[in-house]
Design a protein around this ligand. Structure first.
Ligand code: SAM
Ligand code: SF4
Length: 349
């Protein structure tokens, strides 16, 4: 009873039921992120090497299998589903999956269906996304300078992303901009980005680089602690901590001068694990219980082993029972190797 009460407090009042997924540390798992593809039409320098080897197409779960897996999580208590990648909107026929998953919004089983996107395909899909009940999305954008945008994404087209943002806003979708803070790249530009985002009615979140996967460059050169960014911003803006939550790990401030919200995601300087409510599914059906640990559970085998969902449900319970207390990200300054070998595009961030 006490555990249920504790969980109710942590999950914002909803009380735990027998079907809920509760991990060994009493955290209710209510948020599933699904990487629908590891492929992408950009090659952001902190995320991928230019010459990436992607998974063979035959290893991917079909859209029907992704639907069945995600829906099983919804039946087991997930209230928020985020599609990510790779770039989720480059997966062929992705709107079939989104349309199908939107039935859980209609039934009330799901509070939110959303995605994280680089924005390159948004101009094509904005109206349909809105029609499927997608109300808010995250768009990743690290600079407002078209030339710098090209250099950081290698393959991206800035104007296309801007068109996508406008199309999504015109369709009534709220946008949060995500920017990775990169030393020597966008640090000087961050205040202008905040002013622009807030001026357009968008919240913004800054992310610290995480040591995931081999890339072409050196991460210790890119790492910019957000504590430092925040200190710099405080000289220019009035920042006030606010209790605003979006179900993710960001901590928010309000900026008096712009009237907008700014989030900080600080995996390296601040341990955000104690309130972690999420797990991550890859496009091959592997479940990662923690972004910063290697342990994973294969859900593809139980998914394919029978038409019913009992084996799958048991495998999910067993995996949640292994969710670790937290991560221990470090950028190893001696070997300069990433703490976790897989790329962010596998687990989707
Ligand atoms: N392609 C989509 C996009 O860029 O929004 C979704 C997937 S992307 C992997 C999700 C987020 O992870 C993006 O905001 C991206 O900037 C961020 N990201 C990628 N690699 C990262 C890293 N090594 N450290 C921190 N954030 C990273
Ligand atoms: Fe693609 Fe997103 Fe990674 Fe950039 S951050 S390469 S857009 S998956």
């Amino acid at each position: 009873m006490q555990i249920a009460k504790d969980i109710a407090e942590r999950t914002g009042g909803s009380s735990a039921t027998a079907r809920d997924m509760i991990d060994p540390f009493g955290r209710a798992i209510t948020y599933l992120r699904v990487s629908v593809t590891d492929r992408c039409d950009f090659r952001c320098v902190y995320c991928m090497a230019e010459d990436m080897t992607f998974l063979p197409k035959r290893d991917l779960l079909t859209l029907e299998e992704l639907d069945r897996l995600s829906s099983t999580f919804v039946e087991k208590g997930v209230r928020k589903l985020r599609l990510t990648g790779g770039e989720p909107l480059v997966r062929r026929n992705i709107m079939h999956l989104i349309r199908s998953l939107s039935r859980h919004l209609d039934s009330g089983a799901l509070d939110e269906l959303t995605l994280t996107t680089n924005g390159s395909q948004l101009h094509r899909f904005a109206d349909e996304l809105a029609d499927c009940g997608v109300k808010r999305i995250n768009v990743s954008l690290d600079t407002l300078d078209p030339d710098k945008f090209k250099s950081i994404t290698r393959w991206g087209d800035f104007d296309k992303v801007m068109n996508g943002i406008r199309a999504a806003q015109a369709a009534g979708i709220k946008i949060k901009l995500n920017a990775v803070a990169l030393k020597g790249f966008n640090d000087a530009e961050i205040p202008a980005m905040i002013e622009w985002a807030h001026g357009q009615g968008m919240d913004m979140t800054l992310i610290e680089t995480m040591p995931l996967g081999e890339i072409d460059g050196d991460r210790t050169d890119q790492y910019l602690p957000l504590s430092q960014v925040r200190a710099n911003l405080s000289e220019r803006f009035t920042l006030t901590d606010i209790p605003y939550k979006t179900g993710g790990p960001a901590r928010y401030v309000e900026i008096a001068e712009t009237g907008g919200r700014l989030g900080f995601i600080t995996p390296l300087t601040h341990n955000f694990c104690e309130s972690c409510n999420r797990v991550r599914l890859t496009c091959t059906g592997t479940l990662y219980m923690c972004l910063g640990q290697e342990d994973a559970a294969d859900l593809r085998t139980p998914l394919r082993a029978s038409e019913g969902n009992e084996l799958l449900s048991n495998a999910i319970d067993e995996a949640i029972g292994r969710k670790p207390k937290g991560h221990d990200f470090i950028i190893d300054r001696t070997t300069r190797k990433p703490a976790v070998g897989r790329h962010m595009s596998v687990t989707g961030g």
